[in-house]
Design a protein around this ligand. Sequence first.
Ligand SMILES: [Ca+2]
Ligand SMILES: [Ca+2]
Ligand SMILES: [Ca+2]
Ligand SMILES: [Ca+2]
Length: 502
Amino acid sequence: MLALASIGAAVEAGPRPTTTILTHGFTTGAKGIWVETMAEAIIARAGGGSVYRYTGATGALEPVALDGADGTTDTLVLIFNWVPESAGVSNGPNLFYTQAAGDALAGLLMAPAWTDTAGPDDLLADRAVHFIGHSRGPCVISSAVRRLGAAGIAVDHVTNLDPHPVNGTLDAPYNFNWGDEVPVRWSNVAFADNYWRADGGGFINGLDFDGIPLPDTVNTQLSESALDCCAYTFAHLDVHLWYHGTIDHADTVCDGEQCINLAARSLWFPGGWTTTGYHFAVAGGGRDRRPDMPGPGTDPGDVPVLMNGGFTSGSWAGWSYHGGGGSGAIVSVPGGHALRLTATGTSFAHNFFFLPASTALLRMHLSVPQTASDGTLRVDLEPFGEPATTIARLSLAGLPVDLFTPVHAIIPPDLRDRRVRLRYVYEPGAGAGPILIDDIAFDGHRTGDLNHDGAVNTPDLLALLASWGDCPGTCPPYCAADLNFDCAVDVQDLLLLLANWD
Ligand SMILES: [Ca+2]
Ligand SMILES: [Ca+2]
Ligand SMILES: [Ca+2]
Ligand SMILES: [Ca+2]
């Protein structure tokens, strides 16, 4: 990841296809008119383009018929809709949902899916990528951009509009803590700007959610008293109309909810509206006049492939709203939380996410009850829009009782480098009680390391020889020693193991 700063700096200037991602914040009901209208303004400014909207209900990008949308793809605007969980959640504590939404967004961008009218195969490579988010939206974006950075993907521009992480610090007495992280300017981002204002907390001013300045970002503080002239009652909402007014330069600009006229513009934009805001986007014409970034940004580091595989604080984030969920439940256990499956609540799935090519091993801890269980735990991976593949059928009979025991599944190569959903299905035997699953994580894996201790040596060789012959049953799932995934353990697998010998 050391080269990321240079990836960001090396993004070419000049005209090229653009992908703009728009994200809203705390939103109840069907609000979001301003987001569509901003999308319309962006394609109008470009002279054409296409707009798509993602919702967790479809998990895919659906075309939005807007004025000026002409089916061309040089200018793409994607609306990332996370309305259902943005203002409160239906399961578990309301924690970490901006991170989970960002995880879903990153997976979508790395492996795009479309409801019908398909767009480009690649939304990121050779395109200028610009994220624009309002309020909690910058938290979602920060989570997504970090994941892109960890995958070595450059982002040209991130625009924060009155960023408001709900993390217990802002606008007391309404300072709830939903675990939002302060948006970070990651080092894979070439340019990050932030337009914000604040009026502090208290019973009245606390209702107008405050923005904050951000580190390593070009921060511009807007005048609260100017914004209070008109348009929205809450200046927090004026900020996205302010930015809209830098995309659309007309004297009077409306976003479908509120308008500003020339008199308001003179108050809101004391330095004019044509050389700020969207001006610094690739399509805004002022890319060469971007202010210098105040710092290099933060290295994205490693990000777990699976969001919330440990069920931190009992949160269902990562396991709901974006394809996840089921009849099982996330419950308290001594020392933390775990996923519980029972004879009636047999199934639970993690949201769709991107499974990198380097990821070959699924790890988890499994606990079976006192009641002797002859059941099995099935582990499925389901590529988006395709049937699921069973990657493991774990017999529960031989496991120690009431201990969280490490178990593993190998992921066949054709399921890697894709957007997938992970699903657990409990197939209980007679009298089987509930089972618990925890510490779910994906990892790299050395071919031939059959006992998952990091080394390829004699114990692995003995394990391979012990399972010589055809895999039992049909494949997939493949047996553990079938290193080339052809449903038999033979000399080819032996040679693969020896080739990795320590
Ligand atoms: Ca406030
Ligand atoms: Ca106002
Ligand atoms: Ca080993
Ligand atoms: Ca084989």
